[in-house]
Write a protein that binds this ligand. Structure first.
Ligand code: HMG
Ligand code: MG
Length: 290
């Protein structure tokens, strides 16, 4: 009974700064500094760090040299080092670079799917199917993302039914968790509440993560709403860096240090070292400072 209470109070922060935080940065960040950032994050207490993405360098130039980054880090055996993989080519590179797990990324918006990964939603699911099978054959867990859970920069309002449909498809493919991407960072807490009420009727809350961008500074409020629904995993970026190159007008993820402060105030256990997180956030900001 006692251990149940402890489990409930634990919130996992998945650090996505080296990937989501840096991917949108136009200035070239050196491989050495990317590795330094991940190595500092490895000392913060995270269980999962999203290190990079194996995507086309023509689409996201900042994520070129992902192999060198992943191969160059000082690994902590207690941490799972993730990488984004949009297709088989990316997966093969992730495997040869030593990723511990991979993430596939779909969307609840047709227009965003086309803009971000150059295919329809249906085509993306078809593309992911062999990828997940191949990853599982190599004992790599696969995480899923669904972008545009409430709004799309091109289509506007997205129906919760569509989010449920795509999320369910990702689980059916074999994802162990799906991270719900509030890509634009503009949703109100009412929109998040409406969405979660709808989808958590069909999906176990323990398999869902929240991924909030913070353009309008609503992310922390929205995370509180998700916590009330029982969500216990959230993605964030140190320093609040980032954004998606294919989501015009959107800014970075909620800052890890702000999320951590809020969770501490709310009495949740995170396993993170606050001082080390703050120190790493300062370093992360120097990488993108004008
Ligand atoms: P495409 O142009 O249709 O692909 O792009 P293609 O198969 O025709 O290949 C085009 C070229 O890219 C070829 O090179 C391929 O070899 C190469 P060329 O022959 O012309 O020299 N290529 C690759 N190179 C390296 N790694 C690969 C790879 N694949 C092809 N994996 C593709 C389709 C999916 C590749 C492209 O659209 C792409 O890379 N998109 C990624 C976009 C992206 O990374 N967006 C940001 C991440 S998603 C996000 O931020 C949202 C999230 O945070 C959640 C949220 O906030 O909502 C996750
Ligand atoms: Mg994102």
């Amino acid at each position: 009974m006692k251990s149940d209470i402890v489990m409930q109070d634990f919130v996992e922060i998945v650090e996505v700064g080296p990937r989501d935080g840096l991917q949108n940065e136009t200035r070239k960040i050196s491989i050495k500094n990317k590795i330094k950032l991940i190595d500092q994050l490895s000392q913060c207490g995270f269980k999962r760090i999203e290190t990079t993405s194996f995507v086309s360098p023509k689409w996201v130039p900042q994520m070129a040299c992902s192999e060198d980054v992943l191969k160059g880090i000082n690994r902590n055996k207690d941490i799972s080092y993730l990488a984004l993989t949009p297709n088989m080519k990316g997966l093969e590179m992730a495997i040869s670079s030593g990723a511990d797990e991979v993430a596939i990324f779909g969307s609840a918006s047709e227009a965003f799917s086309k803009a971000n990964i150059n295919c329809t939603i249906e085509e993306s699911i078809k593309r992911f199917r062999p990828l997940v099978k191949f990853a599982q054959k190599h004992s790599l867990p696969v995480r899923g993302y669904v972008s545009c859970i409430t709004e799309c920069p091109f289509e506007g309002f997205i129906k919760p039914e569509k989010v449920l449909e795509v999320t369910s498809q990702l689980f059916e493919l074999g994802c162990y968790e799906v991270s719900l991407g509030e890509t634009l960072g503009k949703s109100s807490s009412q929109q998040i509440s409406t969405l979660l009420e709808k989808i958590l009727k069909d999906i176990p809350v323990t398999k869902v993560a929240g991924h909030f961008h913070d353009t309008k500074k609503f992310a922390l409020e929205n995370i509180k709403v998700a916590l009330d629904f029982g969500v216990r995993t959230f993605d964030s970026s140190v320093g609040g860096l980032g954004g998606c190159p294919y989501a015009p007008g959107a800014s970075g993820n909620v800052a890890t240090e702000s999320l951590l402060d809020m969770l501490i105030d709310l009495n949740y256990v995170t396993g993170l070292e606050r001082e080390q997180v703050n120190k790493t956030a300062l370093f992360a900001k120097t990488l993108v400072k004008n």
